[in-house]
Ligand binder design. Sequence first.
Ligand code: DX5
Ligand code: ZN
Length: 216
Amino acid sequence: MILSPSMLSSDFANMESELKALEKAGLEWVHLDIMDGMFVPNITFGPPIIKAMRAKSNLFFDCHLMVNDPGRYVESFTEAGADLICVHAEACTHLERVCTQIAETGAKPAVALNPHTSLESIRYLLPQLYMVLIMSVNPGFGGQKFIPFCLDKVKELKGMITEAGADTLIQIDGGVTAENARELTEAGVDVLVSGSAFFGHPPYAERLKTFQNACK
Ligand code: DX5
Ligand code: ZN
């Protein structure tokens, strides 16, 4: 199980110390939520901030782009230091092209699906995807409640990946807690994103351990 804490719930005025604290606590990934105020109602940050963060951290930058037509920004995000770029299927007219573009820049390609979006939209892309992100809330804000049917969606996706003989990772994002972590990993989730349930309970090393123990 990989835990990718969502910086959306961190202290934005002290990003450097937050990143260092995550590294010190033994985290390897960090989830960066990029919102454009169009695809989702909220606005966060973009490549310049990620570049500044990159200069202070060696964590794996898991970049979740909640922006319309993300192909316009793929190169800027990789140059800024993104290790993985996850785009929403709903935001791309030519999803295959964008995924190829991400891989060409050297970042790992991933696709996110809103809760209602069918898995069919990524079936044929699985062999070229490093990860699929199942959104378990409607994106835009931290601290929302997990939508229960997303658990079935994870199970179905796991079957689809096995059937395709792919090694695509499954990530889940939204309303993840130490309480539901176990049923999620049992259903096939490889990467748990946690914002409020992680940053709201320091110290981070202990929080990581709580999630790890919950999944044992
Ligand atoms: C929501 C974001 C999430 C968010 C999760 O649109 O994509 O990454 O930070 O926050 P929690 O874990 O609080 O639901
Ligand atoms: Zn996210």
